[in-house]
Design a protein around this ligand. Structure first.
Ligand SMILES: Cc1cc2nc3c(=O)[nH]c(=O)nc-3n(C[C@H](O)[C@H](O)[C@H](O)COP(=O)(O)OP(=O)(O)OC[C@H]3O[C@@H](n4cnc5c(N)ncnc54)[C@H](O)[C@@H]3O)c2cc1C
Length: 547
């Protein structure tokens, strides 16, 4: 072989080095400021250690491998006996082990299943946001596990048995009864073929059978089916009810939970999402018969927060990749990063990301304080659906724009951008889709005076920031009008983000956010909002320290 020729053609220049082996915390100024502003400044050292671990080349490689090797369902063995197990690639297990060791699945709970002291939510929220930047599929069982203890409060005896296994930092993937394991994970089953949003339409039946119930029916989506137990909705004699359904019965036999097939999904490929049938599965009631929605909604409120945290994380990773690459890449003898139009795009993306991270961390604080402070409880009630709606629906278009900053490299699988892009829509769909989030905000405004006052307070706090007259028709004039709900909820989320930015970011950032997101009509596309050069420079410096 002509080695000279080979060396010539192998010369690579004008490309950026891999974006890895970075501390995802210490390189993210808006995150650090938001953590501090929301009461978790003392956690900085631990968060930096987590950021360094999750930003390592090794974690990025695990993430890639877990997605290149999706889980496989084994329904039967070679003799026709049912197995109903899903096998995952070792990289998936490594990610689960790392997340559980760091407490992403349970650090907001005490071993007795009580809420941990503040700032447990903010500290965990920051970790969740960083982990999602690297790999999000495995976070599905992680978020469900952490959220499932909330409804179990309706059954203190069961909670006392389950909580110590849940809060354990030991990941135990063995297919064995949960009470014999060193740690356990939990999932949820609500969605059926005929209705996901409308769970009242569930037809799965629960018949009393002595000290437990016998469940017969199906779930159209049951993610992470190798969880040790699930909170499941089914129709009991007294109405829709929440049940604890374990993979094993108390006598140690495998429960009648039949995995029909795995979904072939757009993204979220490291995670398994199954269709399942229950053929007289044994389950234990959680809460009263007929109180199923009221009980399980406690869980969904927490997973909705995580959807917003994760999508904010996707946006951060996409933006960091874009800024990193454009700082190295030269076009027409000038770094892309220094080209005025690219700067306008990057700065507008950075402004959006500033708003999302400030908002999700502020929201995490509301979860920290809700138990003691009714105003914080009202904030969590009102802003959770608004943030889930706004952040999760913003992410796909945001990631696409960041992808384009990398040109063709961004479209290619080895870069993380395609995976982020495919992953993003699911956070908007599951745990209550966009319109459903907006209906939930309407419901909160109608029923909860404190929530309504909070909306007004946010407007008063945020809008005088600039001179521009923002007086215009209030979309809440017709709060029952569902057709305008997206206008109202988009505005609420932007107000909450602006208020959060005021508390954590430099005034110029908050002012630019208010002007471009709340006062002046917004362009549909990034880079067309006319952010001034000084603020542009400030925003870009805050994305990543200059290399
Ligand atoms: C990858 C994946 C994993 C999942 N894992 C699980 C799981 O583990 N457990 C589980 O229980 N579920 C799971 N789901 C299901 C998910 O929660 C549902 O798909 C979701 O709640 C929407 O329900 P649906 O699919 O039945 O859609 P539908 O309820 O039919 O809704 C369709 C659309 O209509 C909109 N809509 C609904 N009502 C209204 C209204 N009144 N006005 C205006 N618009 C409305 C919704 O916002 C949505 O956009 C998963 C879904 C996915 C994609």
């Amino acid at each position: 072989m002509n080695t000279a020729l080979r060396a010539d053609t192998d010369e690579v220049f004008n490309q950026s080095p891999p974006y890895e082996d970075i501390d995802l915390f210490s390189s993210d100024t808006p995150l650090m400021e938001a953590v501090k502003a929301n009461g978790a400044g003392n956690e900085a050292a631990g968060l930096a250690a987590f950021g360094e671990q999750w930003g390592s080349a090794e974690m990025f490689a695990l993430a890639r491998r877990a997605n290149e090797n999706p889980p496989k369902l084994y329904t039967f063995d070679s003799k026709g006996f049912r197995r109903d197990v899903v096998e995952f690639h070792p990289a998936y297990h490594d990610l689960m082990r790392a997340s559980i060791a760091a407490g992403l699945h349970a650090s907001t709970w005490t071993p007795a299943g009580m809420r941990a002291e503040p700032p447990a939510e903010v500290a965990r929220g920051a970790r969740y946001y960083m982990a999602a930047q690297v790999e999000s599929g495995h976070l599905c069982p992680i978020t469900m596990t952490r959220a499932a203890l909330a409804p179990l409060a309706a059954d203190p005896k069961l909670l006392a048995q389950v909580a110590p296994k849940v809060v354990s930092r030991s990941y135990d993937p063995a297919f064995r009864p949960w009470w014999e394991k060193s740690g356990m994970t939990l999932g949820m089953g609500m969605t059926e073929k005929q209705g996901g949003t409308d769970v009242r339409a569930n037809i799965t039946r629960a018949s009393p059978a002595g000290d437990h119930y016998s469940i017969t029916g199906h779930k159209w989506f049951l993610s992470a089916p190798m969880c040790d137990a699930f909170l499941v909705l089914a129709q009991a004699p007294g109405g829709l009810t929440c049940f604890f359904l374990s993979r094993f019965r108390p006598d140690g036999s495998v429960n009648a939970l039949r995995l029909q097939r795995l979904k072939d999904k757009l993204g979220n490929r490291s995670n398994a999402s199954s269709e399942v049938e229950f053929a007289g599965a044994s389950a234990w009631r959680v809460g009263d018969e007929g109180a199923g929605i009221r009980t399980i909604i406690q869980m969904v409120q927490l997973t909705r927060l995580d959807c917003a945290l994760a999508s904010a994380g996707f946006m951060r990773m996409a933006l960091a990749q874009a800024v990193h690459h454009t700082r190295y890449r030269t076009v027409f003898q000038r770094h892309l990063y220094d080209q005025p139009m690219m700067r306008a795009v990057l700065a507008d993306l950075a402004l959006e990301a500033e708003g999302t991270v400030a908002l999700v961390m502020r929201l995490a604080r509301a979860f920290d304080r809700a138990g003691d402070d009714p105003r914080e409880a009202a904030y969590a009630r009102l802003v959770t659906p608004a943030a889930k709606y706004w952040v999760c629906k913003t992410a796909p278009a945001f990631i696409y724009e960041a992808m384009e900053c990398l040109g063709g490299n961004g479209y290619v699988e080895e870069s993380i951008l395609p995976r982020l892009y495919r992953e993003a829509p699911v956070n908007a769909i599951w745990e209550g889709s966009g319109n459903v989030m907006c209906l939930d905000v309407l419901r909160a405004l109608k029923r909860d005076e404190e929530a309504d006052d909070l909306f007004d307070a946010l407007e008063r706090e945020v809008l005088p920031l600039t001179d521009t007259d923002a007086s215009r028709s209030d979309p809440r004039d017709e709060p029952s009008n569902e057709a305008t709900a997206r206008i109202l909820v988009g505005r609420l989320a932007a107000l909450a983000a602006a208020s959060a930015l005021k508390a954590s970011a430099p005034p110029a950032v908050a002012e630019a956010f208010v002007r471009t997101r709340l006062i002046e009509p917004r362009s549909m596309l990034y880079g067309a909002d006319g952010i001034d050069p000084k603020t542009t420079e400030l925003l870009l410096q805050r994305v990543l320290p200059a290399g």
